[in-house]
Write a protein that binds this ligand. Structure first.
Ligand SMILES: Cc1cc2nc3c(=O)[nH]c(=O)nc-3n(C[C@H](O)[C@H](O)[C@H](O)COP(=O)(O)OP(=O)(O)OC[C@H]3O[C@@H](n4cnc5c(N)ncnc54)[C@H](O)[C@@H]3O)c2cc1C
Length: 364
């Protein structure tokens, strides 16, 4: 039996970031991960974008607050173009008018968009928003840095430790995982797509988390060099996106296919849709698919992350529902999550964010 202050279930970006912030605040932390290594699921499968104008207002606030930590060597600049066809111009204008979107982007003409990304088709693009401060995130470096920091602060990350059962008696959770037992007064659920499954194993009511599959295909970039270094191009209705990198282009149909929690695999039809949508917007000859993968983006019913103690289960803390934003929001989610677990003041940059917006209590 190992005792600690907080047990965290899941060593993806969510579990790693909140565990780091807990350990940094002197909590004794044990992270339990069911796979043989952290990052096998959604964290290892992202598009690695940092965009302060992506997602709803709460996500945008969490993203802005995450920037200082990510800027400590985990990001490289990447232009981001949010493009619209003629039919989408009205929605582009509405989006561009949101105050924080307006402050972080510049409305550009179709000609300017094509100058920034020469493979865009003049007969498709009618206008765009150029984001001023978008980045590629080095996801693996960030994740590994968190995991190292947990250990250097005296915490433990234990793999091959699938939570089997969690029971609370006399104010203490006893957790059985990977054939061993652990005890702590606080249990953090950072199990990604398995969030509701983990809750059920602890006898806690589910939130209705919805894992949704998203696909990515990698294709060779055209050899003429026109998009050796393209911006991240995303359709304003998020119907597809692509970016070029090192002679390759990453394309996604921005699919959201409902899924059970699982080791997600790409569907050939989604790969075909990705290529089709990107080719409608850009002159992008695709001769073959070099690789493809899929991952589960898991959403709460209102598509805002869930961070807070369960109202009905003492000592059970939710850190789930990061959807498609769990990398770019991880520093803020980790810092705020640790503050909420320990009853401390919110970290810098998050003083004005009402924790009730993230609390599981909002679901009644
Ligand atoms: C295609 C795609 C593109 C994306 N692009 C971006 C992007 O550009 N920018 C961005 O910010 N985000 C992006 N995301 C979203 C981001 O990747 C996720 O929000 C984030 O990785 C979620 O992290 P997590 O730790 O919650 O989940 P996970 O990484 O899935 O971690 C959960 C962990 O819990 C473990 N676990 C589950 N059940 C148990 C159990 N019973 N016992 C022990 N361990 C358990 C799992 O093994 C897993 O390791 C993208 C996602 C996808 C799929």
């Amino acid at each position: 039996m190992q005792d600690c202050d907080v047990i965290v279930i899941g060593a993806g970006m969510a579990g790693a970031s909140i565990a780091t912030e807990l350990a940094a605040r002197q909590a004794r932390v044990i992270v339990l991960e069911m796979e043989d290594a952290p990052g096998r699921h959604t964290t290892g499968r992202s598009a690695a974008l940092f965009s302060e104008i992506y997602g709803n207002a709460v996500i945008r606030a969490l993203t802005r607050a995450s920037r200082p930590r990510l800027a400590e060597g985990f990001m490289t600049p990447r232009d981001c173009l949010h493009i619209a066809s003629a039919e989408q111009l009205e929605r582009l204008e509405a989006y561009a008018a949101l105050p924080d979107v307006a402050g972080a982007s510049r409305r550009v003409s179709a000609a300017e968009a094509i100058a920034l990304c020469p493979i865009l088709r003049p007969d498709y693009v009618a206008g765009a928003l150029a984001e001023l401060n978008a980045y590629d995130i080095d996801v693996d470096a960030l994740h590994q840095a968190y995991l190292r920091q947990i250990r250097s602060l005296g915490g433990a990350v234990i793999c091959d430790a699938r939570l089997e059962r969690a029971e609370r008696t006399d104010g203490v959770w006893t957790v059985t995982a990977g054939g061993a037992a652990y005890r702590a007064p606080i249990l953090v659920n950072a199990a990604g797509a398995w969030g509701d499954v983990v809750a059920a194993l602890a006898g806690v009511a589910p939130l209705g988390l919805a894992p949704k599959r998203r696909t990515i295909a990698i294709v060779p970039a055209p050899k003429d060099g026109r998009c050796d270094d393209s911006p991240f191009v995303v359709d304003v209705d998020e119907q597809f996106y692509f970016k070029a990198e090192a002679g390759r282009i990453m394309i996604s149909p921005a699919d959201e296919t409902p899924s059970d929690p699982c080791d997600a695999a790409p569907d050939e039809l989604d790969v075909a849709i990705a290529i089709d949508r990107a080719q409608a917007a850009a002159d992008l000859p695709v001769t073959r698919v070099l690789s493809s993968w899929a991952g589960l983006r898991t959403f709460a019913p209102d598509r805002t992350p869930v961070l807070g103690f369960d109202a009905a289960a003492a000592g059970f803390f939710w850190c789930v529902g990061q959807g498609g934003y769990g990398i770019q929001t991880a520093p803020a989610m980790g810092g705020l999550g640790a503050a909420l677990v320990l009853g401390a003041a919110p970290p810098a940059g998050l003083e004005d964010l009402d924790p009730a917006l993230l609390s599981p209590a909002r679901f009644g």
